[in-house]
Design a protein. Structure first.
Length: 307
């Protein structure tokens, strides 16, 4: 929620309508489903609420137009911004363009490096999630903020900038390197290294793991001696011990990703796995670069996942 003084400062600005537009993307089956994308947590907040808060820093929005059949989002927005009128619309072209701000529903408001203004960054492909995550971390986390309700072992090292939320537990000899966001009730086990990542609520990292440049939607448990690099992990997954997401091809070429049975270049030479929501990955599994594990998959122990 915005502070009262922030709301008061908006009174002198021109009233505008925020139009949330439907937009094609390849993100369904990763986090929850395409219709629930706007509830994806960014810095501990549903993406829709996160975006509105950032937009209110620049615009006086008194009306939000949502695509039809998004009643759940509508209720969430209204509960958090009761001073904004919410409508569902069928035709975005009917909205007065001179008084409206339009952003795709699959976008995140962030500040590009060197910019003072927030812009909408579209997430179309899975690798866009990691690019935007890094922009958000660099823009939003400029100092170390550790909740008084968290537990950081004396031998653990927290090297900021970072945000560590309520209920977080960081065990002995672990190392946290920012910029990083660690969500509520997350845990980092003994001897683990976690860096430049965004960890959603209830993410549990076991002992002696390495987590780098990865996005965890939340409620995921990583067992022990796992390596998760440049990867996207959907909500509610389980990774057994000794699981690895490899992130570089042996020939160091650009990594390709399969979309509707067509291999598409990611433009990246460093990209790990995309694991859909509710997956269970057996111990000793190795996932090759740029592979997608469909939601609710059960991968047997010792598998080399190369599909």
């Amino acid at each position: 929620m915005l502070k009262n003084e922030t709301i008061n400062n908006l009174q002198t600005r021109k009233k505008q309508t925020l139009v949330i537009e439907n937009s094609t993307n390849w993100l369904d089956n990763i986090f929850y489903s395409k219709d629930d994308l706007s509830s994806l947590q960014i810095m501990g907040k549903p993406m829709m609420l996160y975006n509105i808060e950032k937009l209110l820093l620049q615009y006086d929005i008194d009306h939000i137009a949502l695509p039809e059949n998004f009643s759940g989002i509508s209720d969430m927005v209204q509960d958090n911004f009761p001073f904004i009128q919410i409508d569902e619309i069928q035709d975005h072209d009917k909205t007065n363009s001179s008084d409206s701000i339009k952003i795709p529903i699959n976008s995140v408001m962030t500040k590009p490096k060197g910019s003072e203004a927030y812009v909408a960054r579209k997430m179309v492909y899975p690798w866009d999630v990691l690019k935007i995550m890094h922009e958000v971390l660099n823009a939003d986390i400029t100092e170390t903020v550790v909740s008084k309700n968290s537990s950081i072992a004396e031998s653990a090292i927290v090297k900021g900038p970072c945000v560590i939320e309520d209920g977080v537990s960081v065990d002995d000899f672990s190392k946290i390197i920012g910029p990083i966001y660690v969500g509520k009730n997350a845990k980092v086990g003994t001897g683990s290294l976690v860096r430049h990542s965004m960890m959603g609520d209830e993410t549990n990292i076991g002992f002696n793991c390495e987590i780098a440049r990865s996005f965890f939607a939340g409620n995921t448990r990583v067992a022990h001696l796992d390596v998760v690099l440049d990867s996207i992990i959907g909500y509610g997954c389980w990774l057994g011990g000794f699981v690895g997401t490899t992130n570089v091809l042996l020939d160091k070429q650009t990594i390709r990703y399969k979309l509707d049975d067509v291999l598409v270049s990611t433009g990246l030479d460093q990209f790990g796995a995309v694991i859909g929501y509710g997956c269970s990955i057996g111990a000793g599994t190795i996932i090759l670069p740029g592979r997608f594990v469909p939601p609710k998959s059960i991968i047997q122990a010792g598998t080399v996942f190369s599909k």
